[in-house]
Design a protein around this ligand. Structure first.
Ligand code: ADP
Ligand code: CIR
Length: 359
């Protein structure tokens, strides 16, 4: 079956809307040329996903940074003329013929990552997360309600098997969680937010809250999100700036989960994720940090860009800073190893702290 004329019309309208929006600076707008539209508008993956599925979030949300999602793994190859240059731009020049290196989480190397802020002057907390997709399932827009429930019960069984005392904990489904508990978990930076308009427009929130939830240990230092943006987000976090400890716990957690579930990995793109910004290592290593002097300077963003760091607000992506606290993390996740991604954040933050001390 080919793509229906009304979907093709919507793709063309989407292209026209982006072109007519000077306020839009997304990577989607940059790489969705007329040639790309014409080349891809009548293509469909085996699961039936088309170019509209890829671009609709960025068309609906003109303030997107990226603006595209892959409805299934095949989309990354079928819609290459759009994805490849966009991926290259986002991930530090990862070329169409480049290949993600083998996984190196940093086992045996974490002790080199000594506390970035032993006196506790700048860093409130450190967090490292990675994403994983379960083999045999597509991404959000192609999942049925039955898929969500099945995936949730599979991963819950895995969580129940975790015996390491540092990691063991409990799974809390979103379905049935009280609003108070949910809001508190979000406020304390443990749980994903509700109603993300970028994900909603990508058709990624169907059947919500079915199949969604959070696992965490008692201390809330090891957490796993189930079926939010990705099938799994594995997270290690704690107060202060001890990056080595946070990474050590993440490695232990990833290895524990990995033993029990096969994950989707592509030879070229590494670990597969719904958003192309997360491909490869899928690692975002961040600190919540206060840098009152240098963050007030007009060149703060360009300094961070130069260090390959991304600035987010206190409640994550698309939020604002509060009380002078920023979320600063590595930006690229593809074309380097997991350890290198963490090291990029580590070295960059060490540099920013040195600048702050000298200012
Ligand atoms: P992700 O990191 O999964 O891409 P977000 O940017 O939305 O997604 O962040 C998710 C949550 O994690 C938010 O509540 C955010 O404030 C929190 N967070 C991120 N980095 C840190 C950190 N270093 N310390 C504490 N919370 C953090
Ligand atoms: C956007 O394009 O802004 C959203 N779809 C989120 C993209 C992921 N962001 C990122 O920088 N890693």
């Amino acid at each position: 079956m080919s793509v229906s004329p009304d979907v093709i019309a919507k793709i063309e309208e989407g292209y026209a809307k982006l072109q007519a929006a000077p306020e839009c600076h997304s990577l989607l707008k940059k790489y969705l040329t007329k040639e790309v539209v014409d080349q891809l508008k009548d293509k469909k993956t085996k699961l039936g996903a088309n170019l509209l599925d890829v671009i609709q979030s960025g068309v609906a949300n003109l303030d997107s940074g990226v603006g595209v999602y892959a409805p299934d793994a095949e989309a990354y190859t079928l819609f290459k003329p759009l994805f490849d240059p966009l991926i290259q731009d986002y991930h530090n020049g990862f070329a169409p013929d480049a290949k993600q290196p083998n996984t190196d989480l940093g086992e045996g190397k974490t002790s080199a990552l000594v506390d970035l802020d032993p006196e506790g002057k700048f860093i409130n907390s450190t967090r490292i997360r990675c994403g994983r997709s379960l083999q045999g399932y597509p991404f959000n827009p192609c999942l049925s309600e039955a898929n969500y429930l099945e995936m949730e019960s599979k991963v819950k069984a895995i969580f129940d098997n975790i015996t390491d005392p540092e990691l063991a904990g409990k799974y809390f489904p979103l379905d049935g969680m009280t609003k108070e508990i949910q809001d508190q978990l979000i406020k304390d930076h443990f749980l994903f937010k509700e109603g993300d308009r970028f994900l909603q427009a990508a058709n990624a929130c169907r059947y919500w809250p079915k199949g969604r939830g959070i696992f965490h240990n008692n201390q809330k230092t090891f957490l796993i999100w189930c079926n939010e943006e990705d099938h799994l987000r594995i997270i290690s976090m704690q107060e202060g700036g001890n990056v080595g400890q946070v990474l050590e716990r993440l490695i232990k957690g990833v290895k524990t989960i990995e033993k029990q579930a096969p994950f989707s990995r592509d030879d070229r793109l590494g670990w597969l994720t719904f958003c192309p910004s997360n491909l490869g290592t899928t690692v975002r290593a961040s600190v919540h940090i206060r840098l009152p002097k240098i963050s007030a300077k007009p060149d703060f963003k360009s300094i961070c860009d130069g260090l390959k760091l991304q600035i987010r607000g206190i409640h994550g992506e698309h939020s604002e800073s509060e009380g002078g606290v920023y979320d600063i993390s590595n930006k690229a996740r593809l074309g380097l190893t997991e350890f290198e991604a963490v090291k990029q954040m580590y070295d960059g933050i060490a540099h920013l702290i040195a600048l702050e001390k000298a200012a």
